[in-house]
Design a protein around this ligand. Structure first.
Ligand code: NAP
Length: 521
C-alpha cells in the first residue's frame, strides 16, 4: 500500500496558493491538501478555481484533499460551519478525490446528510474523517477508531494527537499495526516526528510534509526535502530495518545524515532516525522496552548519546546483555545491537574511536602510549571515556578541570593525577586533549589553553567537532604541533557503529564529507 507524501497548501490568497502548488509538485509531492481555512475571505469559487488548477496542470494529475479545518481543531480562521461544508461539496464537484471533515463536526445528522449526498454524486470522492487532540494522547484510540468506523464505515479514519514524549507514539504504532485498510495515524510535536516517518513503514494512507518550515501546518511536520533527502522516504517499506540515536536534545545530531547516507551507498534497506528520549532512566527504560516488545517495528540497532549512555549500560547489564570489559569500567555504552542469539549487546565505540584518532595522527601504536605524559582538560563524559582508554595503555595522565573535585574523583578511579586549570602552564605533556566544550560553536573565539603553553613537540587533540578547526587547533598548528580534530573521532565512532549495524565497512571519506557539509549549514 502506498503512503502518499502529502503537502498541505497553506496560502492566504489564490496566487500564493498556486505558487505553493507548483512548488509542491516540483519538490515531489504525491498528494496535496488544500487547507482552505488558511485562505482570506474564503469563497467556494476560490476552491473550485484551485482544484481545477491542480487537475489541469501539465505533468500529472495529483490527488487532492480539500479541507476547511474547524478552528476548534486547529483551523487557521474561523469560518461558519455551513461555508466549511459548502467548500467541501464544491471541492468534490470540481474533481477533488478526498475531503477531510472532523469527526466532531460530522456527528450532527444534518451535516452527515449533505456530505453523504455530495459523496454519492462524486465518482471517486472519499471522506477522510479526522480527529485531533492537541494537548495529549486520546484516552483510547482503538475505541475512537471503532466509533469512527460505525459512523462512517467507508471513510478513511485520520487520528492525530500530540505526543508529549516519544513513548506516547506507541499508541499510534499499535493502531497502525493492528488495523488494515486505508487509515492515517501519527503524532504531532517534536516528540512525534518519528511517527510521521514510521507511518510509511506501517502503511499509513499518507504522511504530511511541509514545503518549508514557514508553511508547516502542524507542530513537528518535516519538510518535504528532509523527508526525501535525509530520510530517503521513497525507499521506506514494510521490510525497512530501523536504527536511531537515542538522546536529548537530538535534533542537531549528525548521526542520521551519516548513517542514512551510508545505508543508501551500501544499497541497504535500512533507515536511521533521531530518537528524542526526554527524561531520565525511567523514560529511557520505557522507550527501550517499548521498541523491543514490538519486534514488528523492526529496530535492529541503536546509538545512544547524552544523557543516556549510563542508562543504556545499566539497562543492558540488568537484562543480562553482553558488554565488553572496558565499557564496563567506563560504565557507559553508545551502541546497542541484538546478537544472533537474541541477546542484547552493547559497545562503547567512543573510546576506540578516540584511540584510533590519536594513534593514526601521532603515528604510534597503543603500546607507544605507555608512560607518555598526557594532559586531559575536562572531567565530563567524554573525558571519562578517553581517560579510561588511555589509562588502559599505561599513559601517564593528568586531568585538569575547572571543578577540581570532579578531576580528582576521575583521577582516583583510573589511577592518575588531577590538577586545577591554573597549573596548565607547567604541563610537560606530549599529548594534550581538550575534553571541555570551550571553543565550541558559537563561542569559537575561546580556547581552554593559552597559546604560549602549546609546544612544537606536542600532539594536540580537540574533541570538539563544531567547528572542526577550533582556535586551540589553529594555535597548536601555529606552534608547530601535530593536531587531531574532533571530526576524526566522530567519524571513527560512526564507522565502528556502522560495522556493528551492518557487518560492513563504511566509507570514511563519505562520512567526513557528510559531517562537514552538515556543519556548513
Ligand atoms: P560534559 O560531560 O558536560 O563535560 C563538560 C566539561 O567541560 C566539564 O569538564 C566542564 O567543567 C568543562 N567546561 C564546560 N564549560 C567550561 C568553561 N567555560 N571553562 C572550563 N571548563 C568548562 O560534556 P562531554 O559530554 O564530556 O562533552 C565535552 C565536549 O566533547 C563537547 O564539546 C563535545 O563537543 C565533545 N564531544 C566530542 C565527541 C566526538 O566524537 N568528537 C563526542 C562527544 C563529545 P566542570 O566540571 O567544571 O563543569
Amino acid at each position: 500500500m502506498q503512503t502518499r507524501l502529502t503537502v498541505p497548501i497553506s496560502a492566504q490568497n489564490i496566487d500564493q496558493a498556486k505558487q505553493q502548488i507548483k512548488e509542491a509538485r516540483d519538490c515531489g509531492a504525491e498528494m496535496l491538501e488544500l487547507r482552505t481555512d488558511y485562505l482570506e475571505n474564503l469563497t467556494v469559487d476560490m476552491v473550485r478555481e484551485l482544484v481545477a488548477d491542480i487537475k489541469k496542470a501539465p505533468g500529472g494529475n495529483l490527488p487532492v484533499i480539500v479541507t476547511c479545518r474547524d478552528k476548534a481543531e486547529g483551523g487557521m480562521r474561523e469560518y461558519p460551519q455551513q461555508l466549511r461544508i459548502d467548500v467541501l461539496v464544491a471541492g468534490l464537484k470540481a474533481g477533488a478525490e478526498f475531503i477531510d471533515f472532523e469527526f466532531n463536526s460530522y456527528m450532527p445528522t444534518s451535516n452527515q446528510a449533505r456530505i453523504r449526498v455530495a459523496l454519492s454524486q462524486s465518482l471517486k470522492g472519499r471522506l477522510i474523517l479526522s480527529a485531533h487532540s492537541f494537548e495529549s494522547r486520546f484516552p483510547s484510540i482503538s475505541m475512537l477508531r471503532r466509533r469512527m468506523a460505525i459512523v462512517a464505515p467507508a471513510a478513511i479514519p485520520k487520528i492525530v494527537y500530540t505526543a508529549n514524549h516519544i513513548n506516547d507514539c506507541f499508541d499510534a504504532f499499535d493502531l497502525l499495526h493492528n488495523t488494515g485498510g486505508d487509515r492515517i495515524v501519527f503524532c504531532m510535536g517534536k516528540a512525534g516526528i518519528i511517527s510521521r516517518i514510521i507511518a510509511k513503514k506501517l502503511g499509513s494512507f499518507l504522511s504530511f510534509a511541509s514545503l518549508d518550515q514557514q508553511s508547516a501546518t502542524a507542530a513537528g511536520q518535516l519538510t518535504i526535502e528532509q523527508f526525501i533527502k535525509r530520510y530517503h522516504y521513497h525507499s521506506i517499506n514494510a521490510q525497512t530495518g530501523l536504527y536511531g540515536v537515542i538522546g536529548s536534545p537530538i535534533a542537531h545530531s549528525l548521526s542520521p545524515a551519516i548513517h542514512n547516507t551510508g545505508f543508501t551507498a551500501a544499497g541497504l534497506n535500512k533507515l536511521y532516525l533521531p530518537l528524542l528520549v526526554e527524561g531520565g532512566s525511567e523514560e529511557f527504560d520505557n522507550f527501550l522496552r517499548g521498541i523491543l516488545a514490538r519486534g514488528w517495528l523492526g529496530f535492529e540497532g541503536l546509538s545512544v548519546t547524552i544523557p543516556h549512555k549510563e542508562n543504556a549500560y545499566r539497562y543492558i547489564t540488568v537484562k543480562n546483555g553482553q558488554v565488553d570489559p572496558l565499557s564496563r569500567r567506563i560504565g557507559a555504552v553508545n551502541t546497542i545491537v541484538t546478537g544472533p542469539d537474541g541477546r542484547l549487546r552493547a559497545y562503547n565505540t567512543d573510546y576506540s574511536a578516540a584511540m584510533d584518532s590519536i594513534t593514526s595522527a601521532a603515528n604510534i601504536t597503543r603500546d607507544g602510549l605507555k608512560k607518555m605524559p598526557v594532559s586531559i582538560i575536562g572531567a565530563g563524559g567524554i573525558s571519562r571515556t578517553i581517560v579510561a582508554a588511555l589509562a588502559d595503555t599505561g599513559a601517564e595522565i593528568t586531568i585538569f578541570n575547572r571543578t577540581l573535585s570532579r578531576a580528582e574523583n576521575l583521577a582516583d578511579e583510573f589511577n592518575c593525577r588531577a590538577a586545577p586549570l591554573k597549573d596548565l602552564p607547567d604541563t610537560t605533556a606530549k599529548l594534550l586533549i581538550n575534553c571541555t566544550s570551550v571553543g565550541m560553536y558559537p563561542n569559537i573565539d575561546e580556547t581552554p589553553v593559552p597559546q604560549e603553553y602549546l609546544k612544537k613537540d606536542m600532539v594536540v587533540f580537540d574533541t570538539i567537532y563544531n567547528p572542526a578547526q577550533t582556535l586551540l587547533l589553529k594555535q597548536a598548528k601555529k606552534a608547530g604541533a601535530k593536531t587531531i580534530d574532533g571530526i576524526s573521532m566522530f567519524v571513527n565512532q560512526a564507522l565502528a557503529q556502522f560495522k556493528f549495524f551492518t557487518g560492513q565497512d563504511g566509507d570514511r571519506d563519505m562520512m567526513r564529507k557528510v559531517v562537514t557539509e552538515n556543519l556548513g549549514h
